[in-house]
Design a protein around this ligand. Sequence first.
Ligand code: GLA
Length: 387
Amino acid sequence: MEKELIENFIKIYGNYPEIISCAPGRINIIGEHTDYTLGYVLPASINKNIYFLASKRKDLRVKIFSIQFKEGDSFKIGEIESFSIKTWKNYVRGIFNLFFERDFSISGVNGLIYGNIPIGAGLSSSAALEVSIINGLNVLFDMELEKIEIACVAQKVEQDFAGVRCGIMDQFISVFGKKSTAIFLDCETLSFEEIPLRLDKYNLSILICNTGIKRDLAETEYNKRREEAENALNIFKNKYGIKSFKDVNSQILENEKFILGDKLYKRARHIINENIRVKRAVNALKNDDFHTLRELIFQSHKSLRDDYEVSCQELDFLYEIGLKFQGCYGARLMGAGFGGSVIILIEENKIEDFKKEVFKDFEKKGFKKPHFYKVCISKGANVKILN
Ligand code: GLA
């Protein structure tokens, strides 16, 4: 793969790349819509990546080609404008613009991007793209950014250039991910604990089912949820002086039920319970207690469906199938929701039967044929210097 990418680079630019950077997509075992209110999440990086190869140029021009999109972009540092339509190019432009505005000494580059993370599947291909490029440029120009700074810069690009007021989870896990390990992250302090995933030992696998549903309003709805969550949190902040939903217990929640109103009460209830579920899931994993984990994963979906209202009928249907299927250790919508994917924890030898069942039931319902990916938990972002 690497060799092929290098050859491609040489074919396009006529010179050798100096670095090859690689950043993974992610799954999230549990802890959904908790990051932006500074709560807990439990993601892991997967064996699907975005690669970025680059060499320095003597001028300020940036030339980039995406193998996946079969198109390139060219712009000059200092004169960067973003496109009004949604395109991968805006991420690249956003990164260079941010470095320029922060006075990093960078020149132009020749760059090549390749990725095998399905786009729009809720596996955070955009976070991986950001991290891959930022990490690559960090090495190429000796910027000496710390790992956490790389994640934060990537998050800023997503917020400013893609217009999604996302939390830190996706970018953080792409940088800090580790093989066969989930990361229990406190999004308030950014302290984290590595939680070994002994799935192989129990013949369990992680399966992603992509419904292929993309709701146009997903980004608007995401930002709306964030605003609602912040409004609810402000009520607790003002009265109890707390910073995060982690410190709101069910007694406090019930006390403020009237002031919150029905909608904010439900949003808050999801976040409070989801934070508790993450902590319980961490304990379950430490004890290899996949039965408890199963309960928590299913509960998480229910809460995202009923309290946070970020599901859709295809995602709910997959959850229902998972609930009934022998050998399924949890199924829930993963990522922002409003379409996208479901994460399924399942016994390895039941995967094919599960897929068959889903295809059959989806067809009966007249739903679009979904796609499955079996993923492995793999290492986080890394950069290789090429000689
Ligand atoms: C998206 C965002 C994350 C997080 C999830 C929901 O993936 O990028 O920051 O908020 O949705 O948990």
